[in-house]
Design a protein around this ligand. Structure first.
Ligand SMILES: [Zn+2]
Ligand SMILES: [Zn+2]
Ligand SMILES: [Zn+2]
Length: 379
């Protein structure tokens, strides 16, 4: 994530709500994809330095769990990010509100990258069939670090189904999440990682499934028509194949071609966000300046993918060494084998081929999906 600047010149971060230096109110302007100081002009309206008018998201104003603005011309009380949340626990309960704050923060971070990539974001209200939605639910008691089940509650599975992403609230509790990471023998488990993985499933359905890219997907990731339930059950029983690290980006990626794609998609976002941050802070790796993140609307999107990957690998080796200097876990605890690199390249190509920054009409993208559904239903 890049840093931004307040009108006073102070460096500001994506999560900030007030400038530490001049005390001005800060907010993210989704339509301009940047953080900015905003000035109150009365009547609940705020002005950015370039004169554009906004309102604060209702979750910013009332609950302090959001820092995004709503352009004044839009009637929705919620920002683009909060609009996507269909179900969240009680925000008047301080503990649950803290969990929702952590989840929403990770979701906003995800959305920043998605917007930078020019990928479509539509709510279920705008498109019930192909819109995106998030649900944060729990089946265990938040007051016991999610150890004790909530009576009569149905099991909450973190996952994606038809554009709806469900995240178990326990993932937002540091103790509960770490316990699950150890139980699952995972090297990496974060909220941001969950969001990046689950949204990968959504974009697979929207951008790859049944399109001209589907055949290339199957060549690299395998045939996704194999029984999902059976292969997942086998994975949970026996674990990943012994040679998984010669073929996959993570053990879980070996469970099914859909999961392989979602894991690779998540790692692609890890990679470009990390590179973008390193560029922002002027990192030099092996004598090479890190270029800006290869978003489709930057000239540097033309940097060959091999070079992007090479820079990231060298950067991650250095960052892992720095992590060890601090006695904490490796920042990027993965080694990329050649098939994983080829899959990352494919994700890169899919995103760049479908980006609105490359002139792709996103409305027609959704229209095409809906037309396809209709044809299948009628057949
Ligand atoms: Zn300031
Ligand atoms: Zn909001
Ligand atoms: Zn998945």
């Amino acid at each position: 994530m890049q840093t931004f600047h307040c009108v006073c010149g102070n460096t500001i971060f994506f999560k900030n709500t007030r400038c530490e230096s001049c005390q001005r109110r800060l907010a993210f302007l989704p339509d301009q994809r940047r953080m900015s100081a905003v000035e109150s002009v009365g009547g609940g309206r705020w002005k950015s330095p370039d004169g554009a008018l906004y309102r604060r998201c209702r979750n910013y104003r009332r609950h302090d769990i959001c820092n995004w603005m709503v352009p004044a011309a839009e009637s929705d009380p919620y920002c683009l990010s909060c609009r996507l949340t269909e179900q969240a626990p009680d925000l008047n309960d301080p503990r649950q509100s803290l969990y929702v704050y952590r989840l929403e923060s990770a979701k906003r971070h995800l959305l920043y990258t998605i917007l930078q990539l020019g990928l479509p974001v539509r709510t279920k209200a705008d498109d019930p069939d192909w819109g995106l939605a998030f649900r944060f639910e729990t089946d265990r008691d938040p007051d016991t670090e999610f150890v004790h089940p909530v009576e009569d509650a149905e099991t909450v599975w973190t996952g994606h189904a038809n554009g709806t992403i469900t995240i178990n609230l326990a993932e937002a509790d540091h103790v509960a999440r770490e316990r699950m990471r150890v139980q699952m023998k995972e090297r990496y488990r974060t909220l941001l990682g969950h969001f990046r993985h689950e949204v990968g499933h959504y974009y697979w359905a929207l951008l790859v499934d049944g399109t001209d890219l589907h055949a290339s997907y199957r060549e690299l990731f395998g045939d996704e028509r194999q029984d999902y339930g059976k292969t997942l059950a086998r994975y949970y029983k026996r674990g990943a194949p012994r040679d998984w690290n010669n073929r996959f980006i993570s053990p879980y990626a070996s469970s099914h071609p859909w999961e392989d794609w979602a894991e690779t998609f998540a790692h692609y976002l890890h990679m470009i966000d990390t590179l973008g941050t390193a560029n922002d802070f002027g990192f030099v790796v092996q004598g090479r300046q890190i270029p800006p993140a290869p978003y489709p609307d930057t000239v540097l999107a033309e940097v060959p993918f091999d070079e992007i990957l090479d820079l990231f690998i060298h950067l991650s080796i250095g960052l892992n060494a720095i992590s060890r200097s601090m006695g904490v876990a490796d920042l990027y605890p993965f080694v990329l084998c050649q098939p994983a690199k080829d899959k990352l390249r494919f994700v890169h190509e899919v995103i760049h081929a479908r980006s609105s920054h490359r002139g792709v009409d996103q409305m027609s993208l959704f229209d095409a999906r809906n037309a396809l559904d209709k044809a299948v239903a009628e057949a």
